[in-house]
Design a protein around this ligand. Structure first.
Ligand SMILES: *Cc1c(COP(=O)(O)O)cnc(C)c1O
Length: 838
């Protein structure tokens, strides 16, 4: 047919269930299975076909079904209960924030991707899930909070395996009218258009509003008729295209993101950059201050004082760095707009790269983010440590532990990932308001009151659902790939509900080593094919479209899954998304993760499994290094680094097999009760992981460690037209000018050996050049192993500083003396990045 136009005939919601539409436009339903069921019950086939999308379901379902539901007393009772819960949630006054952070300043959170639900595919993996979960908990806690992101109208991609197990990508154009979003309007009732200069012209940006419980997410979209074809594609795909497109998208997220907040009059006092993708927000924020009459450096201090940067990537390739030429094309105008020079602006992002054997300056998003914020953090304790080492070079002369990058260990949104049967079971022992106190460790001790039988009943039910899901998905895939009737029929035999089932699903980045399990296939076969105690595996995950090694991993798993000895016992599922993730973390017995330590910044999928009573079995990297307590799951390998990756892989694979054979399998099949039983491990994993790795705990940490103190300092710095910012900026400029002319020499009367507690006299002679001597921290630095202690030297007369420095403990000390410029009101002692050693 030749289509000349389209029209949707909207079904009319009967009055008794009229609010189904309102609820569909609030992602509250995404963590509330009872709410989802209201739509699923209208038409299960439509619900499945359209990725569990309530808006779409209401558009597609027949008028007759709606009328029937409205006349069904049982349905109405469930509807009323869900609406009552929803109203209570939305109207709640005594939230965590109202009690623990009254008057808290509003936060604007920027992220390139968000994973809220499978029906809104604007995410690629863990980073998106983390951002989505952060929003959900910000809502749960009642924070003043707005998120900003991008509406990718072709999403990331839909993954399809061909008959040889090679990953192909499909890009479906989303129909925006079927998504739970509403276009943002101005006061005159017209669609908002923001203008952003990209390349050599203005691009028009539309804004969509997404309601997530009590908070709002603004999504940017360039796919509007006023733009040319190329510009319309700027928001087509997440992480698609080349470097050129990346930079354009970063300009959009940062610059248009800030403009969207302003256009909608949404207040923000703290700005949170989730990963370096969001760093260009600082351009626009500085522009605003410059437009108000501030000089560039004062604008910089003001904008940075209210900014927090969270880094997620200990892998070099994950930290974008672009050539200056490329940046010139897209932000070439900004030095002029900001009343500064290209050198000065790009200098804030400079990270020299070795490209094709040549060292060239490059614009690093991470370096820019670090310089444009006054607080930064990694996403687990170990990742904080790794990040401090990684960015140590920016603070020349500093010890890694001094680098001002802290950590907040990631969490996951419990309710999004915990199955309804498990929630129902937990409700029998936890207090009535447990979903509002998820971070409460003591509360979770009540999990010990769940019986072995109760747990295993719920887990068995979830496992059956997962197996049914896997079989259905595999059948579809087989049919699509033209498999034989026998192969299609065989999907009904995949997986055995009585076998120990291990799940592994995540992005197929190579450092995550998805194929480590196959390092010794003969040994694996003995584990899998043990007649009394069989073990089976379910894999899923996407490789980035340009990552051929990652795709080769997928293919390797696919091929192993076809080998006679592993057939039906090792399965790899297509198109890993939030839906597949939920089925797996709820249905498997154990969750496996074996990244190459220390490259997993945090990892979160193992938390989701633990919430459902599937203990984690993982390398001691990221969150598990903190979460593992010896009883709540199992570890793989040792807490150490390796120079030779092959040796590391061998050692970790060996440890994986051995722990499976000698601990996990015997425990799973051993029966019995008490501390050595399977149920004991299950209870421990729920009890310990649920509170400590709840997203609620994570967001509370952000509020207390960062959002509140940042807001306070930012207010001081920006007060009276940024008087303090101006003072700091001018002082830094002066100190940087004087620094090359300063000098320091030092002496210490060190005996060859000393007793613990003995002191030594350390003296420094300083030439402060034009710097006020009171603004120099001169300090003795004692290094003992990796650990550093610093003792301030006191200003004596003239240019002399000295102190009696105690050697408190036994051991070999190295002693040094250094000076660091400092004034009252800096965000941290090394803020200038200037350190001079004697
Ligand atoms: C939780 C989750 C991830 C993150 O997995 P890791 O354990 O961090 O590797 C990725 N993708 C989806 C769909 C998830 O739900």
């Amino acid at each position: 047919m030749n289509i000349i136009g389209k029209v949707t005939v909207l079904p009319q919601l009967p009055g008794k269930i009229a609010r189904l539409s309102e609820l569909a436009y609030n992602l509250y339903w995404s963590w509330t299975p009872h709410a989802q069921n209201l739509y699923a019950e209208l038409d299960a086939e439509i619900w499945e076909r359209f990725q569990h999308n309530p808006v779409r379901t209401l558009l597609e379902v027949s008028q007759e079904r709606l009328n029937a539901a409205a006349a069904d007393p049982a349905y109405l009772a469930r509807y009323q209960q869900v609406m009552a819960d929803f109203d209570a949630y939305m109207g709640k006054k005594d939230t965590w924030a109202s009690k623990n952070a009254p008057g808290m300043e509003p936060v604007a959170y920027f992220s390139m991707e968000y994973a809220f639900h499978e029906s809104l595919p604007i995410y690629s993996g863990g980073l998106g899930v983390l951002a989505g979960d952060h929003c959900k908990s910000a809502s749960d806690l009642g924070l003043p909070f707005t998120a900003v992101g991008m509406l990718f109208h072709q999403g990331y991609f839909r993954q399809l395996f061909d008959k040889d197990g090679w990953q192909n990508e499909a890009y479906d154009e989303l129909d925006l009218t079927t998504l739970p979003i509403r276009v943002a309007l101005n006061d005159a009732g017209e669609e908002i258009r923001l203008k952003v200069w990209i390349g050599n012209h203005d691009v028009q940006v539309r804004v969509w509003k997404l309601q997530v419980g009590r908070i709002q997410v603004l999504l940017l979209d360039t796919n509007v008729p006023e733009n040319n074809e190329d510009d319309r594609k700027l928001t087509a795909r997440l992480y698609g295209g080349n470097q050129e497109l990346r930079v354009q998208q970063y300009v959009l997220l940062g610059v248009a993101g800030i403009r969207a907040l302003r256009a909608l009059n949404i207040p923000a006092s703290v700005y949170h950059m989730n990963e370096g993708h969001a760093a260009l927000m600082s351009l626009e924020r500085m522009r605003e201050y410059v437009a108000q009459g501030l000089d560039f450096k004062t604008a910089l201090e003001t904008a940075a004082s209210s900014t927090l940067f969270t880094t997620h990537t200990p892998v070099a390739a994950g930290n974008d760095a672009f050539s200056y030429d490329l940046m010139d094309r897209y932000i070439g105008r900004w030095p002029g707009v900001l009343n500064t020079t290209r050198d000065e602006l790009y200098g804030l992002a400079r990270h020299d790269q070795n490209w094709d054997g040549q060292v060239v300056p490059a614009f690093s998003m991470t370096v820019f983010a670090l310089h444009m914020s006054r607080a930064a953090n990694g996403v687990s304790e170990l990742h904080g440590e790794v990040s401090r080492k990684m960015w140590n070079f920016l603070y020349e002369g500093a010890n890694p532990e001094e680098v001002h990058i802290g950590h907040v260990t990631n969490g996951a949104h419990n309710l999004t990932f915990t199955s309804q049967p498990m929630r129902d079971l937990l409700s029998t022992v936890l207090p009535q308001d447990w979903t509002e106190r998820l971070e409460d460790e003591q509360m979770w001790q009540a999990v010990e009151n769940l019986s072995d039988q109760q747990l295993s009943d719920v887990q068995r039910e979830m496992k059956r659902q997962m197996i049914t899901f896997v079989r259905g998905r595999m059948k579809e895939q087989m049919l699509r790939n033209g498999a034989s009737a026998a192969d299609v029929a065989h999907t009904d035999q995949l997986l055995d509900e009585n076998a120990l089932t291990i799940g592994f699903a995540r992005r197929f980045a190579t450092y995550k080593r998805a194929t480590l399990l196959f390092r010794d296939k003969a040994r694996l076969s003995r584990i899998v094919n043990n007649p009394e105690r069989p073990v089976q595996f379910v894999f899923a995950g996407k490789a980035h479209p340009a990552d051929n090694p990652g795709k080769a991993f997928i293919q390797e798993i696919f091929r192993v899954s076809q080998e006679p000895e592993f057939r039906g016992k090792i399965v790899i599922l297509e198109n890993y998304d939030m839906n597949v993730a939920r089925h797996l973390v709820q249905g498997v017995d154990i969750w496996l993760n074996n990244p190459r330590r220390p490259l997993e910044a945090s990892g979160t999928s193992g938390m989701k499994a633990s919430f459902n009573g599937s203990p984690n079995f993982s390398v001691l990297d990221g969150w598990w290094r903190e979460g593992y307590d010896g009883d709540n799951g199992w570890s793989i390998g040792e807490e150490r680094e390796y120079a030779d990756l092959n040796v590391q892989d061998d050692a970790d694979a060996f440890s994986l097999y051995t722990t499976l054979e000698t601990q996990i399998v015997p425990r799973y099949y051993g029966g019995g009760t008490g501390p050595a039983s399977w149920a004991h491990t299950v209870r421990d994993s729920i009890e310990t992981v649920s509170p400590r790795f709840s997203m609620q705990r994570q967001v509370i940490d952000y509020v207390q460690q960062y959002y509140l103190p940042i807001a306070q300092r930012a207010a001081t710095v920006s007060k009276d037209r940024s008087a303090k910012a101006k003072q700091i900026a001018e002082w830094k400029t002066w100190v940087r000018q004087q620094w090359p002319y300063t000098q320091i020499t030092a002496q210490a009367n060190l005996p060859t050996t000393a007793r613990p507690g003995q002191t030594v006299t350390v003296t420094a002679n300083v030439n402060p050049a034009g710097i006020n001597p009171a603004e120099l921290n001169v300090e003795a630095v004692l290094m003992r192993g990796e650990h550093q202690t610093r003792v301030p030297l006191r200003h004596q007369q003239g240019n002399v500083y000295s102190a009696e420095v105690p050697l408190n403990d036994s051991g070999l000390y190295s002693v040094g003396v250094r000076m660091v410029p400092h004034i009252e009101g800096l965000s941290n002692p090394l803020e200038t990045g200037l350190i001079k050693w004697a």
